[in-house]
Design a protein around this ligand. Structure first.
Ligand code: UFG
Length: 343
């Protein structure tokens, strides 16, 4: 019998790519998503890509009645928990929305998980938990710094909740700390749908190139980096998705070394904002309009992953280059534009 996995937030950006990777590795998937930042049309697209239809339940994890009913009716072998709010800037303005949603949903999910004697839990975390790390590349044992954004704090708090829970109840829990996910599935059938004006670099670049914004503003040209712009580790979303399958398989085979494990998911390579812009110009085969303005508050100077732990323990390594990832992001942006024209 194939294992059956609950994917919360499974219609979101990283969640939907992970559902595809799970299908491709013969897992059955049931998605729970409240559609607050995702689109139901992705269900059909997942089926188009994999030939399999995930089960789908639409409810909010902070809502206990449907949550209990879900577990009463769906036997599962593990959970990958993506569902959370993720807009860094909004979280500064409306902190309670983030603390309530991201923490209450996690706690209620864990209470049901515990009450039903379930095991194997994968959490969607972020390299934001490190703040500006003292040493690069960043290893998993780097200290976690106080953060400016409630969003980032919910990731740190969620990890603490999971660590305490896993240790006392001897459960298998993994937290995956993503660096900067970019790009779209190689089929260009699914990708990222930012709500409103994108805060993240790559969707802003592709939207500018398609004509939705006059130019890109680069936040900060005076960082202590090779060209003055900030450095990040950009990882293709499908590479990231595959790491979830590797982590799940490790838990299901009981290969974990402790109740609570943490892995960095990045490429191990840092690229500056200007390098990303130049790489994108090579894809467009023309220059791209940008200006360098003041730093964005809360941004760090540089972050890229030490990926050796994930390579050794998960047997996983990112394979898709920055250029290929940007090509998929650009192809996806053009696909969204041509779909809009059709309607
Ligand atoms: N940037 C610009 N102009 C833009 C957008 C971004 O110059 O219009 C720069 C940022 O200043 C930063 C880099 O591009 O130097 C990457 O910015 P993103 O917003 O794409 O990504 P961040 O690293 O700021 O944030 C991302 C995720 C967060 C996560 C964080 C972890 O969006 O959810 O990584 O470090 F918490």
């Amino acid at each position: 019998m194939n294992k059956r996995i609950l994917v919360t937030g499974g219609l979101g950006y990283i969640g939907s790519h992970t559902v595809i990777a799970l299908h491709e590795n013969n897992y059955e998937v049931v998605i729970v998503d409240n559609l607050s930042n995702s689109d139901k049309s992705f269900l059909k697209k997942i089926t188009d890509i994999t030939g399999k239809s995930p089960d789908f339940e639409c409810f909010d994890l902070t809502d206990l009645i449907p949550l209990k009913r879900f577990f009463d009716t769906h036997p599962i072998d593990g959970i990958i928990h993506f569902a959370a709010f993720k807009a860094v800037r909004e979280s500064v303005k409306i902190p309670l929305k983030y603390y309530y949603n991201n923490l209450v949903s996690l706690i209620q999910l864990l209470q049901e998980f515990q009450a039903r004697g379930l095991d194997n839990f994968i959490f969607s975390s972020s390299c934001t938990v490190y703040g500006q790390a003292d040493k690069l590349p960043i290893k998993e044992d780097a200290p976690l710094k106080p953060l400016e954004s409630p969003y980032g704090s919910t990731k740190q708090m969620s990890e603490q909740i999971l660590r305490d829970y896993a240790n006392i109840h001897i459960k298998k829990v993994v937290s995956l700390r993503y660096f900067n996910p970019i790009g779209a599935h190689l089929s260009i059938k699914i990708g990222e749908f930012p709500l409103g004006i994108p805060q993240n670099l790559v969707p802003f670049i592709t939207q500018t190139a398609i004509g939705m914004h006059p130019k890109l503003s680069i936040f900060g040209g005076d960082y202590n980096t090779k060209d003055g712009t900030a450095i990040r580790d950009y990882i293709h979303v499908y590479d990231l998705a595959k790491a979830h399958v590797a982590a799940l398989s490790r838990l299901l085979r009981g290969k974990n070394r402790s109740s609570f494990e943490v892995f960095n998911l990045g490429t191990g390579r840092g690229h500056s904002v200007l390098e990303v812009v130049k790489a994108f110009e090579r894809i467009l085969n023309k220059s791209f309009d940008y200006q360098i303005i003041d730093r964005r508050s809360g941004d760090i100077e540089a972050a890229y992953a030490d990926t050796s732990l994930a390579e050794k323990e998960l047997g996983w390594k990112a394979e898709i280059s920055l250029e290929e990832a940007l090509q998929t992001a650009w192809a996806w942006e053009k696909k969204i534009a041509s779909d809009k024209e059709k309607f």
